[in-house]
Design a protein. Structure first.
Length: 148
């Protein structure tokens, strides 16, 4: 079954993608949940027109995201955490703390757009996080976890 996605679905595709899925998945889950519509000929024509009209706006958004990415590339943030005498952190460092530290530096980035490459950060040290500014613009920043 061919469907048009109305929103980003991590395992399936991005918004406005035309994808093939199994009939039951499309009819029983994606369409009733409002995540997709059936890809009929008329729906594909409407999609093509919408994409054409949105292309100019999208180019400006990508250009703005690239400017922010260039500013973020040189930045290094420091996150303080309570640690034991051996250097282990009580708890762990997560995306909320990275977003707050970036906000203090003047960059308002939502925590859902930040992903940490390591599973859990349990020790002081230097780590890398990926920030997704746009589906095509991603930037890696380094952050250092130091004991308080």
């Amino acid at each position: 079954m061919e469907i048009i996605l109305k929103q980003d679905i991590p395992t399936l595709g991005l918004k406005d993608d035309v994808v093939n899925v199994k009939n039951g998945y499309g009819r029983n889950y994606l369409i009733p949940q409002g995540m997709a519509t059936a890809a009929t000929a008329s729906a594909k024509k409407v999609l093509a027109e919408n994409i054409k009209q949105r292309a100019h706006k999208e180019a400006k958004i990508i250009a703005d995201a690239q400017v922010i990415a260039q500013k973020l590339e040189g930045i290094k943030i420091t996150i303080g955490a309570k640690t034991s005498s051996t250097g282990k952190i009580f708890g762990s460092v997560n995306t909320i703390q990275i977003a707050e530290s970036l906000a203090q530096s003047g960059f308002e980035i939502e925590r859902k757009n930040i992903s940490i490459k390591e599973d859990q950060i349990k020790e002081a040290g230097t780590y890398t996080a990926e920030i997704k500014l746009h589906r095509e613009v991603k930037v890696n920043i380094e952050f250092e976890v130091v004991p308080e």
